[in-house]
Design a protein around this ligand. Structure first.
Ligand SMILES: C[S@@+](CC[C@H](N)C(=O)[O-])C[C@H]1O[C@@H](n2cnc3c(N)ncnc32)[C@H](O)[C@@H]1O
Length: 195
């Protein structure tokens, strides 16, 4: 079964976990990974890999180096393992990041490439996932995460922007990937605030 069909089928089963009806396109994947500014020695974590559009771009730009990708949905995680045989794919939630990095022998992540559906989550779930990310992100670390442009004026998107600004010293946005369906931009979140 093709990736978009698998993704849509899993969306129908669990729309809140999937958060989108279709995988991201190559223009958004390229924008995300460009914004992540990956270096050869970075410990890179991908959250919510889905069918792997961001994973493929990460590996294209940074083929070697410490990398783990998380996808809790079982059929999607199985698809990632088949598509990227040499890659560490964990069928786990972002909330389990500390244990995953410990198991890899790393005490911090330099880059987090997140496709998580923040905007449709409760405050409690957002906070739990932010805590897990901030717990492992290096002091000079960066998280990138995307948002759909048509929804930026909605309360959920404004709540996300505030949540990011509360948790990072610097939050900027990229240009828009107009070719993505729907068009999206990327939040570039630098240097976690340690409360
Ligand atoms: C909007 S999709 C993005 C998929 C893919 N990265 C893309 O851009 O097409 C969000 C993905 O996050 C995953 N996800 C949801 N909650 C998660 C969590 N707590 N930790 C890690 N991944 C999660 C979902 O299973 C889903 O595959």
């Amino acid at each position: 079964m093709s990736s978009p069909v698998t993704f849509l089928r899993e969306f129908v089963k669990d729309p809140v976990q999937l958060g989108a009806v279709a995988p991201s396109g190559p223009s958004l994947a390229a924008l995300m990974v460009e914004a992540a500014d990956l270096k050869p020695d970075h410990v890179v974590v991908e959250l919510g890999a889905g069918t792997g559009p961001m994973t493929a771009e990460i590996l294209k730009v940074r083929p070697e180096g410490p990398f783990v990708t998380l996808e809790p949905n079982p059929p999607l995680a199985d698809g990632l393992k088949a598509r990227f045989p040499g890659v560490r794919v964990e069928q786990k939630y972002a909330q389990e990041l500390r244990a995953i990095l410990d198991d890899m022998g790393h005490d911090r992540a330099d880059r987090v490439v997140s496709s998580l559906p923040w905007a449709i989550w409760s405050d409690e779930l957002q906070s739990a996932v932010f805590s897990a990310i901030l717990d492992v992100l290096a002091d000079d670390g960066r998280m990138v995460t995307f948002a759909y442009v048509h929804a930026l004026w909605l309360p959920a998107a404004r709540r996300l922007r505030k949540a990011l600004e509360d948790r990072f010293h610097s939050v900027t946005t990229t240009r828009v990937a107009w070719l993505n369906l729907p068009p999206a931009l990327v939040y570039v979140c630098d240097r976690p605030r340690r409360s």
